[in-house]
Design a protein around this ligand. Sequence first.
Ligand code: SDX
Length: 427
Amino acid sequence: MSETAKLTYAGQTYELPIIEGSEGERAVDISRLRADTGLITLDIGYGNTGSCTSTITFMNGEEGILRYRGIPVEQLAEHSSFVETAYLLIHGELPNQKELNRFSILLNDASLVHEDLKIFYSNFPRLSHPMGILSSMVNALRSFYPELQTLEEEIDMTVTRLLSKVRTMAAMSYKMSRGHTVVYPRPDLSYCANFLNMMFDSPVRPYEVDDVLAEALNIFWILHADHEQNCSTSAVRMVGSGRVNLYAAISAGIAALWGPLHGGANQSVVEMLQDIDASGRGFQHYVDRAKDRNDPFRLMGFGHRVYKAYDPRAKIIKAMCDRVLAKLKISDPLLDLAKELEAVALKDAYFIDHNLYPNVDFYSGIILRAMGIPTNMFTVMFAIGRLPGWIAQWKESMDDPNWRLCRPRQIYTGPRETNYVPIEERP
Ligand code: SDX
């Protein structure tokens, strides 16, 4: 009999199985709790609840560890490419040269989008947020590519189509939002270089892809590629559990990522730093505000539900900021501000006691600004990076024979039974 946890309730003792993961994490399996005891559990925000078992990404929040399919993210950032890391996440192992070549060809062949999609873009109000556009456009892809995802190779086609087209659609929405000519993907450019070219090339000023920026984007997207059961990935799994098509599930993930507590934080960090800079008040004023429970202000880019140590991705991005800006011979006052703010916060007892460190979003805006990405597209950049993770997690759930419709329960605290009152008898 494997180890169990004992629950004593209403004079009875129940043995709940303990399951252990490959890294020693342990959970009480409550799959039979309601059937055996009539009880459910309550865990607002799911901070103590595992929604699935997964073989894709391992995080250790106390030690600041992040691995994709067992490989430390630091090694992937140093040696891999975003396309290769996407393959690793989705297929479960690093590709050999033949597999990588085929994957790259599929991505290239699927990089164009249906010309009719441009009609959608031209009907969004000019100031629409790019995340709202992206979520809508990804959902619309189903209308253009309605084939059923039954056979493995069709899923492979759908997956590479999505990975390739989302990048094209993001650049297209940027160009059309400025009333500029849309730039098409080029077969001679890598995934990252192609995106930069589609964003910034123009008939009157040809864009020369800077290798430093293409490499920085490669690392940026590798670092964002997956993060186990975060809010947006859980949205993809939840929506996908109803057996809806992949495009709709990913569209839900994009919507979930948009929030400033989640992926939208990378935009909020830069806006916060700009506000702090413009206010002329010292950092301590804002650190004190962040500590005040009566003040809704939070230090954006700080804190994490899982990491109670420095987010390993933030470490890499922070170092990348120095390297990239030095290579480009540019300076960004917001980088100095961010470093000073970090120094003040990390010395403050409140931040130390609450284990609040910079997360992936704290420095990422600096890199994106160096690339020339507009602030309102920062979360779109996060979404493109997270796409292989969402797809891998969706695929794992669809392939899992034990996966079922996600349908949490609740504890009802509303009014007891009462009767309908005709309107003429109401006060
Ligand atoms: C991402 O889950 C993932 O993996 C997400 C992500 C991914 O790759 O998918 O890593 C990407 O979303 C990173 C997080 C980006 N969000 C932000 O930077 C927004 C600012 N951070 C906070 O809002 C907060 O830290 C959260 C939302 C990220 C996490 O919050 P939790 O886990 O719900 O914790 P909490 O809000 O209950 O805070 C616990 C305590 C509270 O103080 P007490 O009431 O216990 O005294 O910590 C305090 C909070 O007030 N706190 C902060 C703070 N974050 C938490 N205080 C000031 N500033 C902050 N940023």
